[in-house]
Design a binder for this molecule. Sequence first.
Ligand code: PBG
Length: 325
Amino acid sequence: MLFPDYRGRRVRASEGLRRMVRETRLTTDNLIYPLFAVSGKNVAEPIDALPGVYHYSVDNMVKASKEAFDAGIPAVIVFGIPDKKDPLGTQAYAKNGIVQKAVSEIKNKVPELVVITDVCLCQYTDHGHCGVVEKGVIDNDSSLDLLARTALSHVKAGADMVAPSDMMDGRVAEIRGLLDEEGFYETPIMSYAAKYCSSFYGPFREAAHSAPKFGDRRTYQMDPANIREAIREVTMDVEEGADIIMVKPALPYLDVISQVANEIDLPIAAYNVSGEYSMIKAAAKMGWLDGTKAMMEALTSIRRAGADMILTYFAMEAAEVLNKG
Ligand code: PBG
């Protein structure tokens, strides 16, 4: 059908019609809210590069979690900033580590909120890499046991789900094996399956004090130029036992989200990362675009690409917009 028989504008004429033909829905159910835990009491320290995001001590993190839950957000993902770092990242799997404490308090006070933990070593190692460094090289196999121990300690503290973000080969299987062995066979793994070596993590690394002290992450995170490799990475994680597959970042990788969603029958998550958030915030602050509209458009486009859920620093703000209707 061609013009004038077909007129696309007919179904765009009113808000009612637009609502009826809308193909993609964004609801608070789709949102996962990232939180950064630090030690201390009554701390809510703003993070410069992530306006509106804070370093919270556990007490304030519980408050923020409650607010998220009350706003209809089903889940948070907890990151920890430890007081001390060492070569083996021992605070990542310490029984009384910052994430372990935060998780157990949140589960105590907001039991129905799904608490996910980021499983990685980079915030905890003094060299800032996501695995163990041996002779200047990030060693895959000796990192696996530490990552699995980290995941187990999170689950023992009460985490509902663990999310390995390190990009070591074989870590999903290692984590699944240890969790099963310890009786946690019902605990799901959300794997950062296709995680790219991206400059869009810049603000996060400031927030998490996790920039690598030497080199970069190109030997383990993926080359932004590749998409077939993403399918391979995702397939491996599915075979190793992942329950939810993540693509990260989101906006510069919508094609990857789309292809993964078409090929994989597991739930798909996408991480709307720190740089994607801060870009919109900065432009809005300059008056160069409408921050709220840009936020909703960006989140909707990630859903349209095929993501079932979105990890985003916009979670609370988006929930506010959505709850207003
Ligand atoms: C830890 C981790 C990172 C992010 C999530 N988990 C940083 C990195 O890989 O350097 C980035 C999140 C963001 O930028 O919002 N490995």
